[in-house]
Ligand binder design. Structure first.
Ligand code: PMP
Length: 471
């Protein structure tokens, strides 16, 4: 007889005893982040705009979480994905390589001038951070004279490095850690952020502040035993949790010097700040330091596919190559061909369309407009950023810098208010990891191909939202 395609069995209908259905306000089965509230349903995208099922066009001023750096509808990336699907969707990286992973890794390594000599491609920023931690530990075990006593990591307060248990332990997002403290490793220790708005003392110079932070790191090494520290982990430019704080001049250099003095590695987490967001492909290019390990993610694939990477400095690769000759870590979707093809095309487009100069130019324009329009606002305590990555920090009182109480959820309210049809703008909310130390902020992170007109619209709409929420 005629061939009958296999049909997928219908799901079992919900029974009257299905309690989940009774307590949930949504009937689709999706577990939304806010369990009691259905978010807007995005059915399409055009450039910097997201389109809801009601036809509302939302200006995406944040590229989601600083992800969609080419906007939402670049046909060149769609075509690259389709082409790869037609060739081969998946080949297990433990047994095989594939052209897409090879091409992507080659341009990533070349983009560092060969300082990083291998790319380990995974599917999320969190996985890249986990891989960096594991590689650092393996590295010290495979040195010609092994140093297995290096079990401690140092990172910074109010940092975010991901959401699985290892990466959550490395970071310091107090709210996200809270329930899991008991199973997070105690071998991660924290030093202060480089956060001039609240961290710098009255009358202190930039050099003095940087020297003080470097001394704090030195003291932490000393208290742990300098030869027990595996790595210092930091975002090159603080992202979501602290809110777009660029490193002060000389800060990362000073931190790296402390690491080098004691033989520890420097891991720079560029999941959010990397791949062009701050105006150079790698944020560390502006800091005069080269990391030993570097994570990248969001702008890598621009949201067209889930993808992230760990870039590994040549000396670490050489040590592992001479050692066991294998990274003691592998994942099923490592080097995924479709994700790699998407990211490879995204990275070509960033070059072909010469987008990095636009990031710098539009970033300066965004910063200038924010200062002009909101600099005198009594509730805007700090305006800071670099490239196309800017934050506004909100205070109740500008002279005392008193934050809003976390219970007021100011940042989240700004976000939800922005989504009302009269504003139609998506803003990225943050609150310092909800540890009550620093205040609410919103981040802005438009796509790399944004225009002056779009920047003006973003600042105009954001100002109106702030006016409605904070008066
Ligand atoms: N590190 C940093 C610096 C990040 O900003 C993020 C995500 N915001 C992560 C790690 C985790 O990445 P992902 O959400 O892709 O797992």
């Amino acid at each position: 007889g005629d061939y009958q395609p296999e049909t997928i069995a219908s799901p079992t209908p919900a029974t009257p005893g299905n309690q989940l259905k009774d307590i949930s306000t949504n009937d689709s089965g999706v577990l939304y982040h806010q369990l009691r509230q259905k978010p807007l349903n995005i059915v399409g995208g055009r450039g910097s705009y997201l389109i809801t099922d009601d036809g509302l066009e939302i200006l995406d001023a944040t590229c989601g979480a600083a992800v969609s750096c080419l906007g939402h509808s670049d046909k060149r990336v769609h075509d690259a994905i389709m082409e790869q699907l037609q060739k081969i969707p998946y080949a297990y990286s433990l047994y095989f390589t594939n052209n897409a992973a090879e091409n992507l890794s080659r341009i990533l390594v070349d983009s560092t001038g060969g300082k990083m000599s291998r790319a380990f491609i995974v599917s999320s920023g969190t996985e890249a951070v986990e891989a960096s931690v594991k590689m650092a530990m393996q590295y010290f075990r495979e040195l010609p004279t092994p140093q297995p006593q290096r079990v401690n990591f140092i990172s910074r307060t109010q940092s975010y490095h991901g959401n699985t248990l290892g990466s959550l332990a490395v970071g310091h997002h107090v709210a996200r850690r809270a329930i899991y403290e008991s199973i997070l490793t105690k071998n991660v220790h924290h030093v202060s952020q480089c956060y001039p708005y609240r961290g710098m003392k009255d009358g202190e110079s930039t050099e003095g502040y940087v020297a003080r932070l470097a001394q704090e790191l030195e003291d932490k090494f000393q208290s742990l035993g300098p030869d027990t520290v595996c790595a210092f982990v930091a975002e090159t430019m603080s992202g979501a949790t602290l809110g777009c704080v660029p490193a002060l001049p000389g800060y990362l250099k000073a931190m790296k010097e402390v690491c080098e003095r004691h033989g520890a590695l420097l891991i720079l987490d560029e999941v959010m700040s990397g791949m062009g967001r701050t105006g150079t492909l790698h944020a560390w290019e502006q800091e005069g330091v080269v990391p030993d390990l570097q994570t990248i993610a969001k702008g890598l694939g621009a949201g067209y596919a889930p993808i992230a990477g760990l870039l590994v400095n040549k000396h670490v690769v050489d040590t592992l190559t001479r050692g066991t000759g294998a990274f003691a870590h592998s994942q099923t979707y490592q080097g995924h061909p479709v994700s790699c093809a998407a990211a490879y095309r995204v990275q070509q487009i960033i070059q072909e369309d010469n987008l990095l100069p636009n990031v710098r130019e539009m970033g300066e324009y965004l910063g200038r407009l924010l200062h002009e329009k909101l600099g005198d606002n009594p509730h805007v305590g700090d305006i800071r950023g670099r490239g196309l990555f800017w934050a506004l920090e909100f205070v109740q009182n500008k002279s005392t810098k008193e934050s809003y109480p976390p219970s007021k959820k100011i940042a989240w309210t700004l976000h939800t208010t922005g989504l009302k049809p009269e504003y139609a703008i998506s803003l990225m909310p943050g609150n310092g990891g909800a540890d009550g130390v620093n205040g609410d902020h919103i981040c802005l992170a438009p796509p790399y191909n944004t225009t002056k007109a779009e920047i003006e619209l973003i600042v105009d709409r954001a100002s109106k939202v702030i006016q409605e929420v904070l008066g």
